[in-house]
Design a binder for this molecule. Structure first.
Ligand code: KIV
Length: 306
């Protein structure tokens, strides 16, 4: 298919993601929270961009995702959409349903998911939880909104889980997670995130599902991988969990660059001649009011800037 100049980029959709699994093509997913990041990751050719509620931690500075609201998610999703559009990116855009927006009832979940699509311009939503959420997922999908599931370490349940811990390490919990994964597929999820589970379990789940699994801390057998952008860029050198690979050390780069800027401002070597505007036809002469006040020492400006 030839692209018309100015034609909108054809975006990846839920059916193509499933075909990628069938063809054995790995799916690259990354988070983004604003237009600049979206433009950059879109230009890098990522398949799926997730506006994760991890923004509560990496953008808002909380120690959990729990304070993130639906308004926050819509606000950030809309920014990311604009960045992807500007980059002409083909990435599929997913937004997290925040804590409290879908747990109370399927009706509330449907309304929140519709706002994510209508106002946040995402193509799908992600929500955390296993078979307990099958009915909520069915209702959201029936309303026309594709749902990505999320099981294993589900950060919105951090207090119930007792911390950010690897899940499914014993046989009973592993079997429960496999049942959850099957229930999510049966409820209509088009993909499922597997977070922090043993690689052996992720391989079994991935082999049993027709929908793609997207792993984070779940090993290489998943159909795709997701990382938080700030983590893969090394923006926070103090945060280095086992499952993160830093593909850059931008935290140190940024601190170094801003430090050099501070040094040049203090040394008055910035701005230099190449950063300065000139107005050749502007002359400085005393202005009338200053002359009236006998302040001939104060220069005024006459002449048109060029
Ligand atoms: O919120 C998030 O960024 C996520 C990913 C880590 C999967 O849920």
């Amino acid at each position: 298919m030839s692209m018309q100049p100015g034609a909108p980029t054809r975006r990846l959709n839920v059916h193509e993601l499933r075909r990628m699994k069938e063809r054995g093509e790995p799916i690259a997913v990354v988070t983004a929270y604003d237009a600049t990041a979206a433009r950059l990751v879109g230009a890098a050719g990522v398949d799926v961009v997730l506006v994760g509620d991890s923004l509560g931690m990496v953008v808002q500075g909380h120690d959990s995702t729990l304070p993130v609201t639906l308004e926050h998610m819509i606000y950030h999703s809309a920014m990311v959409r604009r960045g992807l559009t500007r980059a002409g990116a083909r990435a599929h855009l997913v937004g997290d349903m925040p804590f409290g927006s879908y747990q109370a009832s399927a009706d509330e979940a449907v309304k929140a998911a519709m706002r994510m699509v209508a106002e946040g311009a995402v193509e799908a939503v992600k929500l955390e939880g296993g078979s307990d959420y099958a009915e909520v997922i069915r209702r959201v999908v029936r309303a026309g909104v594709p749902v990505m599931g999320h099981i294993g370490l589900t950060p919105q349940s951090v207090h119930k889980l007792g911390g950010y811990l690897v899940q499914g390490k014993d046989v009973d919990r592993a079997q429960a997670l496999l049942r959850d994964a099957r229930a999510l597929e049966a409820a209509g999820c088009y993909a499922v995130v597997l977070e922090c589970i043993p690689t052996e379990l992720a391989r079994v789940i991935t082999g049993q599902l027709g929908i793609p699994t997207i792993g984070i801390g779940a090993g290489p057998s998943c159909d795709g991988q997701v990382l938080v952008l700030n983590d893969l860029l090394g923006l926070d050198p103090s945060f280095s969990p086992k499952f993160v690979k830093r593909f850059a050390e931008l935290g140190a780069e940024v601190t170094g660059a801003v430090g050099r800027y501070v040094g040049e401002v203090r040394a008055q070597t910035f701005p230099a001649e190449e950063h300065v505007f000139h107005a050749a036809s502007v002359r400085l002469v005393p202005v009338a009011e200053d002359l009236d006040e006998g302040r001939e020492d104060l220069p005024g400006v006459v002449g048109a800037p060029v």
